[in-house]
Design a binder for this molecule. Structure first.
Ligand SMILES: Cc1ncc(COP(=O)(O)O)c(C=O)c1O
Length: 365
């Protein structure tokens, strides 16, 4: 928890909202505009700028501790960053166990760049050879779906010593859970589709950095690519972010209760949650994370056992996202992740812990 300034709840509620002016709405609505009246104002055309974007960018940038550039999804954030930073023949370090679409993007869509790609598991080994000659090191910690953790501060220092930039995909942690820029990362990015928006009704992403020139290049890339966030979606995310602190607290409480209930259960293996003091990632996570979230994982015997678990549960639904109000499970092997067929990523929602624990124990039989 930050020792200076307002707390997480206050920042979630008030972030990015303008000072009170009598007679104006408490929560301003989205601004829908293609062209603007030309003149002194900040905006001239909706592809280049929008006050609804700037309000959410101010809120997220304040939490991240940098300047935020909003993009219409997490993948838009990742692809805009990679296309902006990387040149033909560059060396890129990627997590081998992170979100699979990032690896697909690099392999398929960025093939013309002929990058040298080094895919490294999040726990390492982080040898000197990994960093040698690299232009960019992209970490994902905690990783999705394995929830392994690496040391951002140490790896940022080593990347910088080798002349590389270091970026962190902060999706699972959220900016309340982890502040990579404060730990030495050059860039933090996230899919705000997940816990930050948190209601399973909108996609959004962002990149934040303290490098003003890089932020400008990313904004220019957004303007010229034309892949821009919709004002209504942006407004929805901003409205939803007001409860991020509350939702994360409940989700983490539910994860702690479920992990404790499932530990030692005969049907459950490979139980991992960085917030669990017995988890192999816990010490590293506790050093750099500010608070926990509701995403944990475990393994059942096989795909049929997961199917049966979902069928018997009345609260948990199968869905391939996480961080939302509703508890969801995702059997990751179905998307091609290199995990066992019975591997489940469980995203705790905001239901009551007692109800969720009872339902999950019943569903496991
Ligand atoms: C870690 C991580 N990064 C990026 C993404 C992509 O985000 P989006 O679906 O908003 O494009 C995801 C989506 O699941 C993710 O889990």
């Amino acid at each position: 928890m930050s020792t200076t300034g307002p707390g997480d709840g206050t920042r979630s509620v008030h972030g990015g909202h303008p000072p009170a002016v009598a007679g104006t709405p408490l929560l301003a609505g989205p601004v829908f505009a293609a062209p603007y009246h030309l003149g002194e104002g900040a905006d001239f055309y909706g592809r280049a700028g929008n006050p609804t974007w700037r309000a959410l960018e101010a809120a997220i940038g304040d939490l991240d501790g940098g300047r935020c550039v909003l993009l219409p999804s997490g993948m838009a954030a990742i692809s805009t960053l990679l296309r902006t930073l990387l040149r033909h023949g560059d060396t890129l370090v990627l997590p081998s166990d992170g979100y699979y679409a990032t690896r697909q993007l690099v392999r398929d869509e960025l093939a013309a760049l002929e990058l040298e790609v080094r895919e490294i598991p999040t726990p390492g080994p982080w040898t000197d050879e990994v960093f040698a000659g690299a232009a960019l090191v992209l970490l994902e910690t905690p990783s999705n779906p394995g929830l392994d953790v690496c040391d951002i501060a140490e790896l940022a220092e080593r990347a910088h010593a080798a002349g590389a930039l270091l970026a962190v995909d902060n999706t699972t942690a959220t900016p309340l859970g982890q502040r990579p820029l404060e730990l030495g990362a050059d860039v933090v990015l996230a899919s705000d589709t997940k816990a930050l928006a948190g209601h399973s009704d909108v996609l959004m992403g962002h990149v934040s950095t303290r490098d003003a020139e890089l932020a400008q290049r990313l904004e220019r890339a957004r303007t010229l690519s034309g892949a821009i966030p919709g004002p209504f979606e942006t407004w929805l995310v901003h409205r939803s972010m007001g409860t991020l602190d509350l939702r994360l607290a409940r989700q983490a409480e539910n994860a702690a209760a479920l992990v404790s209930a499932l530990r030692g259960h005969p049907a459950v293996g490979g139980l991992r949650w960085p917030g669990d003091p017995d988890d192999p990632s816990h010490a590293a996570a506790a050093r750099q994370m500010r608070r926990w979230n509701g995403v944990f994982r475990f393994e059942l015997a096989d795909a049929a056992a997961v199917e049966e678990f979902v069928r018997r549960s009345s609260l948990v639904v199968p869905a391939t996202s996480f961080g939302g109000l509703h508890s969801t499970v995702d059997r990751r092997a179905q998307w091609g992740d290199p995990v066992a067929p019975g591997f489940v990523r469980f995203s705790c929602g905001c239901e009551d812990s007692a109800d969720l624990v009872a339902d999950v124990l019943h569903a496991l039989g």
